[in-house]
Design a protein around this ligand. Structure first.
Ligand code: ARG
Length: 442
């Protein structure tokens, strides 16, 4: 069943049919394909390219196809080349000869371009909603657990932070990701319908009508570009890759934190699995899968970049490959955001373990230097003095706050009894600009 049989004298080979069809992949564009056709028909009537009666027949036919697909009465299957052929052939089957007028002043090249833009636009905004759900989960979990913990650089204990501020860092990343996707939507929001195969059409069509009906901000400026452009998919897939990179970093921390070595958090059973041999095991599989699937989303981006790189203008069948890559990238990022959000919602935070971890690693050493600075010692000298102090503590196997005032004063005469309050872990995070850490949601 082909839309283009006229100049052919023999059928395609069976294996070529299989190789060529995109229906098993692009069936999910049915809604956008029909929406695009409905707008196209309205425009055709307006421009006197089909009669109002024909227009009504076409609209009713398209509506009935949509209704039947959604109810399950019409299954998207069979030997059709793609979703566009499927809809048009079913239309003609239902309404007769008038169905053959649907494709007036249109090519599948501008048709698929409009379908994909509509689909990308609506799905990208769903990704933004998902990201907001995750941002809310992170803020909520942080607010409920505004507890002190070690902060790290080089995975070495560095200074005290709060769990809320740590999760808040991820919330900031996902807020930027959301903004990036919003920017990409703004850029892609142009209507390619009316570009025809590549060169527009000799019919007097009105692209402003379909632009308004399909809620695009404007028609594209160049016909050749309109049917060739897949930048918007690359841009979204780049944004999805960055989301995955952020999710993967968070996953890595959850995996580390749930280890016996850290025990900072306990993951819910709902997002963990066990071992077939070791009865005691509880593995953070959901986080590991998110970390693993990051490679897959990067892979889709690189696959499409590579597919497009050598293509001459305008449409080339290579471009049909955009769908599998984009859909897989989209599905993966949506699932991963949702799972991460649920994992965060159900995460148990072991505040005692976090607090206990602060004791080791001299997390208040920087604040001892700050204390000396507040007493007039230049920072570089203060840094050196505290370095000596740390060597002494390590030898004595003591923390800084364990030392007596006498011991401390050996390192600087500026040290007096008020140092103990200054370097107390709980009060540290209320001093100077560290107050920011106490503000939930930052
Ligand atoms: N299935 C095709 C795709 O996804 C639709 C466009 C076909 N156009 C063409 N000239 N063969 O790219």
């Amino acid at each position: 069943m082909k839309l283009w049989g006229g100049r052919f004298t023999s059928r395609a080979d069976e294996i070529m049919e299989q190789f060529n069809t995109s229906l098993p992949v692009d069936h999910r564009l049915y809604n956008e394909d029909i929406a695009g056709s409905l707008a196209h028909v309205t425009m055709l009537v307006h421009c006197d390219l089909v009669t109002p009666e024909e227009g009504e027949l076409l609209v009713n036919g398209l509506d009935s196809i949509l209704t039947d697909i959604e109810s399950g009465a019409l299954k998207i299957e069979g030997n059709y080349e793609d979703i566009h052929s499927f809809v048009e052939m079913h239309l003609t089957k239902r309404i007769g000869e008038t169905g053959k007028k649907l494709h007036t002043a249109r090519s599948r090249n501008d048709q698929v371009a409009v379908d994909m833009r509509l689909y990308a636009k609506s799905k990208a905004s769903e990704v933004m909603d998902h990201l907001q759900m995750l941002i809310d989960s992170l803020h909520k979990k942080g607010a409920e657990n505004n507890v002190i913990m070690p902060g790290y650089t080089h995975l070495q204990r560095a200074q005290v932070v709060t769990f809320s501020h740590h999760l808040g860092a991820y919330a900031q990343m996902f807020k930027r990701d959301k903004k990036r996707i919003g920017n990409a939507i703004e850029i892609l929001d142009e209507n390619p319908l009316g570009c025809g195969a590549l060169a527009g059409t000799t019919h007097m069509i009105d692209r402003d009508i379909t632009t308004a009906l399909l809620h695009f901000s404007k028609p594209v400026d160049n016909f050749l570009d309109g049917v060739s452009d897949r930048d918007y998919l690359l841009e979204l897939m780049s944004d999805f890759s960055i989301v995955m990179m952020h999710l993967s970093r968070l996953s890595e921390e959850l995996i580390l934190w749930s280890s016996q070595e850290f025990k900072f958090v306990t993951m819910s059973d709902a997002y963990s699995t066990g071992s077939s041999i070791m009865p005691q095991k509880k593995n953070p599989d959901a986080a590991e899968l998110i970390r693993g699937k990051t490679g897959r989303v990067y892979g889709s981006l690189f696959a499409l970049l590579t597919t497009l790189k050598g293509l001459p203008l305008t449409y080339n069948k290579d471009m049909q490959e955009d769908k599998e890559q984009f859909f897989d990238s989209l599905d993966t990022v949506m699932d991963c955001i949702e799972i991460m959000s649920k994992m965060i919602d159900t995460l148990h935070v072991n505040a005692d373990r976090m607090k206990a971890a602060i004791k080791g690693g001299f997390l208040n050493a920087t604040e001892v230097a700050d204390y000396l600075v507040s007493k007039g010692t230049p920072f570089r000298d203060a840094h050196g003095i505290v370095g000596q102090l740390i060597i002494y503590c390590e030898e004595q196997e003591k923390t800084i706050e364990d030392l007596t005032l006498e011991e401390l004063a050996k390192f600087s005469t500026k040290i007096t009894a008020d140092i103990y309050d200054y370097i107390d872990y709980e009060t540290i995070i209320t001093k100077g600009n560290k107050k920011l850490m106490k503000e939930v949601g930052k």
